[in-house]
Write a new protein. Structure first.
Length: 501
């Protein structure tokens, strides 16, 4: 059997193996090299899987040659390969960026541990995405979560520890709900294989334990993806975590949780149970609108730039779940494409903010916070960083020519298909709130005179600017060329809807 036949398992094994090797040698430079190499290998593997699925269809990989449902199956379809590219690609960009950033934000003796936890987190997120086993989803979810708690707590600000503890508590509650839901499904079907479970559920889909399982999974996964109002862990976690950690989590962690929700809704429970027999679409619609308006409104009044964009993430998640509430091909396509478009834009923003923090922090001092009173005249001191934040911010707004416009356009089309003109208005008005919080940065960076000591702040080095601007460029690229983003999302949505019928 050729090496290419083992790509699904290599997707997880490569970053997973790099983590213990990093701990074994306990050297920051070596750990950076081995984990970064694992991430780039995982990205290359994801590209190979995406190309293979596009040409030959869904891949079913049997662990240990034990055929499912008895053995553990790794299953890669169009949606899976799409999310694998987002997660591994983000890691491949963020890890090289980390080298210059963590010197200021994480004590040197912990550098090897940072890379080890990053490798574990990456392996966990990729494992969640690629596995076709319900219990394995829970296992990989805990691997990624435990690594994330440590990564957040590594921030020099003492509030990072409190943020990690809050995330641990709420994340554990969410994981408990998820494992209870999986337990009920196993009770009713006698299998943990997702494809086999979907078949067996058809005979018992109206039973009370199945409905309870759906409820537990919806709440648990919604907490993990930070659906309003279960988002309380996210603002502090993003604000006080090291900049590289924030960028990686903002682009991947909540997106993988959305993927799990989509997978259970369409591939396991089916369209009839979720969208016809239960009021889940109305429930999802209400919470999505709350996120789009409330979280975006709160973002406007934040004094810390990282915290502002953290609340923005909660609002943008509302657009993703809004697409799910339509229960249509166009709506689902909008949700899936926004996984990519928002992930790329938000990773770019947090990397640029990390460069901003590095430029504001003097060696040997506590990491500076990007509060607005320190950003006056920033465009003159850090022109490339400032302009990059503005461009990525335009994508969050949904300005034509950016990736965010493509996402919101598909959501508007989904609303028009169902003659819900009031939802079109809601999408437009909520986007104006994004204009307001992005304008706050534009106003202070471009139209406020710099302070007298502004000469102490310098533009970020190229090692920070180049990775960030790769992502900024991608937000423009995906705004014009939608062959990959919309094409893959549409194919994935069609495949999901066909399986859910």
């Amino acid at each position: 059997m050729s090496l290419s036949a083992h790509l699904p398992v290599l997707q997880v094994v490569l970053p997973l193996v790099s983590a213990p090797i990093a701990v074994l040698f306990r050297h920051g430079g070596f750990a950076a090299g081995i984990v970064t190499g694992g991430a780039w290998a995982a990205f290359a593997t994801a590209i190979g899987l995406w190309l293979h699925v596009a040409e030959f269809g869904t891949i079913s990989y049997h662990m240990g040659n034990w055929a499912p449902p008895w053995g553990i199956e790794y299953r890669v379809d169009r949606l899976t390969s799409f999310v694998l590219l987002l997660v591994s690609g983000t890691a491949a960009v963020v890890l090289p960026w980390s080298r210059a950033s963590i010197d200021r934000e994480i004590p040197e003796e912990l550098h090897y541990l940072y890379y080890a936890m990053f490798g574990l987190c990456l392996a966990g997120l990729l494992g969640i995405t690629v596995t076709g086993d319900a219990f394995n989803i829970f296992v990989f979810l805990e691997i990624s979560s435990l690594a994330t708690y440590v990564l957040i707590a590594m921030g020099r600000n003492r509030r990072a520890l409190a943020a990690a503890y809050r995330y641990l508590i709420m994340g554990s509650i969410g994981a408990t709900f998820i494992v209870i839901g999986i337990g009920f499904l196993y009770l009713m079907t006698g299998t943990l294989n997702l494809a086999d479970m979907a078949v067996r559920l058809r005979a018992v889909e109206n039973s009370r334990p199945v409905l309870v399982a759906l409820a537990f999974l919806t709440v648990g996964i919604s907490l993990k993806l930070a659906l309003f109002p279960l988002h309380q862990w996210l603002p502090n976690a993003y604000t006080y975590a090291p900049s590289a950690v924030t960028a990686f989590l903002a682009a991947t962690a909540t997106k993988v949780s959305v993927y799990v929700l989509i997978r259970f809704y369409y591939s396991v429970f089916g369209e009839s149970l979720v969208f016809e027999q239960l009021p889940l679409p109305q429930f999802m619609l209400a919470l999505s609108l709350l996120a789009m308006f409330a979280a975006s409104f709160i973002a406007i009044f934040q004094d810390n730039l990282k915290r502002l964009f953290a609340y923005s993430s909660v609002g943008q998640i509302g657009y993703i779940t809004l697409g799910l509430s339509f229960g249509s091909l166009t709506g689902l396509t909008g949700s899936i494409v926004h996984l990519l478009n928002h992930g790329v834009a938000k990773a770019a923003i947090f990397l640029l903010i990390g460069g901003l923090v590095l430029g504001m922090t003097k060696p040997g001092t506590v990491t500076a916070e990007p509060s607005f009173d320190r950003l006056a005249g920033l465009s003159k001191r850090m022109p490339y960083t400032s302009f990059g934040i503005v461009i990525a911010g335009l994508s969050l707004i949904g300005v034509p020519g950016t990736a965010g416009f493509i996402s919101k356009w598909h959501l508007i089309l989904a609303a028009l298909e169902q003659d819900q003109f009031w939802l079109v208005a809601a999408i437009v008005v909520s986007s104006l709130l994004a204009v307001a919080y992005v304008w706050r940065f534009v106003e202070v960076a471009y139209f406020t005179p710099p302070p007298e000591d502004s000469t102490s702040v310098q533009e970020a080095p190229l090692s920070l600017l180049v990775p960030a601007w790769l992502l900024v460029t991608a937000t423009i690229w995906f705004g014009f060329d939608t062959t990959f983003s919309v094409g893959s999302a549409s194919d994935a949505a069609q495949q999901l809807l066909k399986a859910a019928q």
